[in-house]
Write a protein that binds this ligand. Structure first.
Ligand SMILES: [Zn+2]
Length: 96
C-alpha cells in the first residue's frame, strides 16, 4: 500500500475512518515495548495531535486506558474491536 502525505486508515468494518498527515513520510517507526502493544505486535510511528483527523465514525470509537497510570488512551472500533490509534502516555500531544 503506498503511503501518501495524507494517509487514510479505517477499522475492519469501516465504521471508523481516519486521516493522518505524514508530511515527512513515516519517521521513526518502531515496535513498542509495552505489554498491550507487544501482544498486538504493533509497529507504530508518531504524529502530532493536529495531524490526526477522524473523518467518519467518532461515535464508533471506544477507549481503553492502560491499567497502571491511565494516561495512554488506546482507541478501538466499537463494532469490530480493531485498534485504530492511541494517544501517547508520555506526550499527550502525540498520536501513534
Ligand atoms: Zn470497525
Amino acid at each position: 500500500m503506498p503511503i501518501f502525505p495524507k494517509h487514510g486508515a479505517r477499522c475492519h468494518c469501516g465504521d471508523v475512518i481516519l486521516e493522518r498527515a505524514l508530511p515527512n513520510w513515516v519517521e521513526s517507526s518502531r515496535r513498542y515495548d509495552r505489554s498491550v502493544c507487544k501482544r498486538k505486535g504493533e509497529i507504530g510511528f508518531s504524529i502530532p495531535l493536529s495531524g490526526l483527523r477522524i473523518v467518519q465514525g467518532a461515535a464508533w470509537l471506544t477507549r481503553y486506558q492502560l491499567f497502571n497510570i491511565r494516561t495512554a488512551k488506546h482507541c478501538f472500533g466499537k463494532v469490530c474491536g480493531i485498534y485504530t490509534h492511541h494517544q501517547h502516555r508520555f506526550d499527550p500531544n502525540v498520536y501513534a
